[in-house]
Design a protein around this ligand. Structure first.
Ligand SMILES: [Zn+2]
Length: 199
């Protein structure tokens, strides 16, 4: 335990995902040894992101206005929606350049152990988007792990009866992993080779 401000900083850093007590301590002392100007830039970037970035009211992606760049782009197709867990998955799929439709970000996956149920995800918002019949295909691009599969199964049972084609990314993605860790070629192939599920 350190005194006052140093310990406060270590405690705050330790609350970040993936930062254990040792890393928190290392980062704190790195900052302590850094130039004031560098630390100020970091502090400003943290405040700036909270002040400027919000979640797109249509798809849930990160946005700097009410709608994200992709929802606001008139050149993208309105007939296909790709459903992902997190905004970082949108970035991963955009890198493949395989997809020209719209996205829907759930904000996670169904996970009974961590008490995340369907009502905690942006599923009702997705159903609202499908209600007018303009969307003909929903691609389920949740992560290739237990939670992602459970979420995909839940969604396909919900969506297929609406007469919308539901597809899932082809196998070949590293099982148990995270979509964002798949390389562009593998993810691109999984996209091309997607298969229809449910219905
Ligand atoms: Zn959007």
């Amino acid at each position: 335990m350190y005194e006052g401000a140093v310990q406060d900083l270590i405690d705050e850093l330790g609350r970040l995902p993936g930062v254990g007590p040792k890393s928190a301590q290392r980062i704190a002392f790195h900052l302590l040894a850094s130039d004031t100007a560098d630390v100020r830039r970091l502090a400003e970037a943290l405040l700036e992101v909270k002040a400027r970035v919000q979640f797109c009211e249509t798809c849930g992606n990160v946005a700097e206005s009410e709608r994200c760049r992709i929802c606001a782009d008139p050149r993208r197709g309105d007939d296909v929606i790709c459903v992902v867990e997190e905004p970082k998955d949108v970035v991963a799929i955009e890198r493949t350049r395989e997809f020209r439709g719209r996205y829907h970000v759930l904000g996670g996956a169904i996970n009974p152990i961590e008490n995340v149920g369907p009502d905690d995800l942006r599923i009702s918002q997705l159903m609202t988007r499908l209600a007018d019949g303009a969307v003909t295909e929903v691609i389920l691009a949740t992560d290739p792990n237990v939670e992602g599969e459970a979420t995909a199964t839940y969604l396909s049972r919900l969506i297929a009866p609406m007469g919308v084609t539901v597809s899932r990314l082809a196998s070949g993605l590293p099982v148990g992993g995270d979509l964002e860790y798949a390389d562009e070629v593998t993810l691109g192939r999984a996209f091309e080779g997607r298969r229809v599920v449910g219905g």
